[in-house]
Design a protein around this ligand. Structure first.
Ligand code: SAM
Ligand code: SF4
Ligand code: F3S
Length: 485
């Protein structure tokens, strides 16, 4: 997910993804007689990572995968509730699956993820084709509920856990390029950003056992993967200790009250191999520490790229959003990144246009923040009120839709401008690029990313997963073009 992503009209990006099959199961050709699972995922990387856990759970029950819902015995849709349009997209997909079910009455249809958690049994009532509803912490129950559904009984489990991290489950990598993989390091979120539904759909924050994370990274490296992305809603608050996690371990090392913070965890993963790139997302401006920045600097294989969502450039709006930092604090963190990691470190953001009571001047503050930081790219949205959130309870959603859309367009235009400026600075420079495969547009060209997470296209014929040194000769706001050195 790179470049300018915004939901200005009918979730264009999500629609494109739905058409491009990027996030659907592919055919597991090996065993034709197995029962088949078709799974489709929406939302953030954590959801994509969860789908890999779900597939693993069903694989242990003898399921293979299929890329076609028509050939599936079980269809699962892993959903997102972050904005209203995300839920609308899922409703449309359920209409499509309804048509599939009319042709094949035996297929079981399940809704997983954040929308399942938010709407609970309401989903079973509203969407007649749905046989099972499972929240993000209930996936171990899936085999039981699938069996029930096959016997004609609808099932639901939306229990949110304080402990579940699926640490022991080895995810089945879906649609993998064989080079980069996602590793979930924590679940839930304890921040209460007033606009956000995630704390309600994902529950309390909990960190996964670091030893299981390192083991997963090592397994991936042994299988040929060369990049891992450590995922959490707020990775900087990662904290694990045997006591806190209620997992008193018997070995001596853990008896010594081992506490692992995010900087320690990154270091542990970076040590798996200098040839394994380490990425992470998402960093929270209130929590990112200089210790984390120094750890990034210390290890060449920890990528120089930080996704640090600002949301707004105005301190009053940030306070209403309950982000617990102000413009000054945000700028201070960016300055720390630039001074410790240098100007080449990639920084990206999420931006929300038209939050409750936002004035034109306050919107201008977002644009001037973008001018100051010069984000390499951003995910940009207009505010969508979510039922049950603090903002929905306390504030009026009073910025008219046309105004929200116009402000979002101004934010998108500003991002295009600063992305191009940032990319032009790279012309003439040489970067190490991890090759992900052929370029989507040309068979003669390869595509990869540099440490700052920028997509680099260049002419070559090299294997996926290898590193190439590329000199940049041209760019657009979203891509660097180069030649092999
Ligand atoms: N945990 C991450 C953080 O705090 O930066 C982000 C998580 S959220 C899944 C991804 C982004 O969706 C947020 O950063 C925010 O920009 C956007 N978002 C969340 N709720 C929204 C809402 N109600 N309306 C519009 N955008 C929203
Ligand atoms: Fe939502 Fe805020 Fe948590 Fe991010 S940090 S998931 S925006 S509540
Ligand atoms: Fe969406 Fe849930 Fe992720 S609401 S963005 S899938 S945590």
């Amino acid at each position: 997910m790179q470049g300018l992503i915004a939901d200005i009209d009918l979730l264009e990006e999500e629609q494109k993804q739905a058409e491009s099959c990027d996030f659907k199961t592919t055919e597991d050709d090996n065993i034709v007689t197995k029962r088949k699972l078709y799974i489709e995922s929406y939302g953030c990387q954590m959801n994509f990572s969860d789908s890999e856990i779900v597939t693993s759970i069903l694989k242990d029950e003898g399921f293979g995968t299929t890329s076609s819902p028509e050939h599936a015995d079980v269809i699962l849709i892993n959903t997102c509730s972050i904005r209203d349009k995300a839920e609308q997209t899922v409703r449309k997909r359920l209409e499509f699956f309804n048509a599939v079910k009319k042709k094949n009455r035996n297929v079981t249809v399940g809704v997983l993820g954040c929308m399942a958690e938010r709407l609970k049994s309401q989903l079973l009532e509203e969407e007649k084709i749905v046989d099972l509803v499972l929240g993000p912490d209930a996936y171990r129950d899936l085999p039981k509920l699938v069996k029930q559904a096959e016997n004609g009984e609808k099932g639901i489990n939306t229990f949110l856990s304080k402990e579940e991290t699926y640490a022991d489950i080895s995810p089945v990598r879906l649609n993998s390029n064989g080079v980069s993989a996602l590793i979930s390091i924590m679940r839930g979120c304890d921040n209460m950003c007033s606009f956000c539904v995630v704390p309600f759909t994902r529950g309390r924050e909990r960190s996964r056992d670091p030893h299981s994370i390192v083991k997963e990274a090592q397994d991936l490296f042994d299988k040929g993967y060369r990049e891992v992305s450590l995922l959490g809603q707020n990775v900087d608050s990662y904290k694990w200790s045997p006591e806190e996690n209620n997992k008193a371990r018997l070995d001596k090392k853990n008896d010594s009250k081992e506490i692992v913070n995010f900087a320690n965890l990154m270091e542990m993963v970076a040590k798996v191999s200098p040839d394994l790139r380490v990425r992470f997302s998402t960093s929270h401006p209130k929590d990112i520490t200089d210790e984390v920045l120094h750890t990034i600097k210390k290890y060449k294989n920890i990528c120089n790229y930080i996704h640090l969502p600002a949301q707004s450039g105005n301190s009053r709006i940030l306070e209403l959003m309950n982000r617990t930092y102000d413009r000054h604090w945000y700028i201070n963190r960016v300055d720390a990144i630039r001074s410790i990691l240098g100007t080449e470190c990639g920084i990206s953001s999420d931006m929300i246009a038209g939050f409750c009571s936002e004035t034109e001047e306050e919107h201008q503050d977002t644009l001037t923040l973008m001018d100051y930081v010069k984000f390499d790219f951003s995910y940009m949205y207009f505010y969508s009120e979510r039922p049950g959130t603090l903002a929905a309870k306390k504030f009026e959603d009073d910025v008219p839709l046309e105004v929200k859309k116009r402000r979002l367009q101004e934010i998108i235009d500003k991002q295009q401008e600063v992305s191009l400026e940032r990319n032009q600075l790279d012309i003439g420079k040489e970067f190490e690029v991890l090759i992900e495969g052929k370029s989507k547009r040309s068979n003669e060209k390869m595509q990869g990313r540099n440490s700052a997470n920028k997509v680099v296209i260049f002419e070559a014929d090299l294997p996926k997963g290898s590193l190439a040194t590329v000199k940049i000769i041209d760019c657009t706001p979203a891509t660097l073009f180069g030649e092999l050195v």
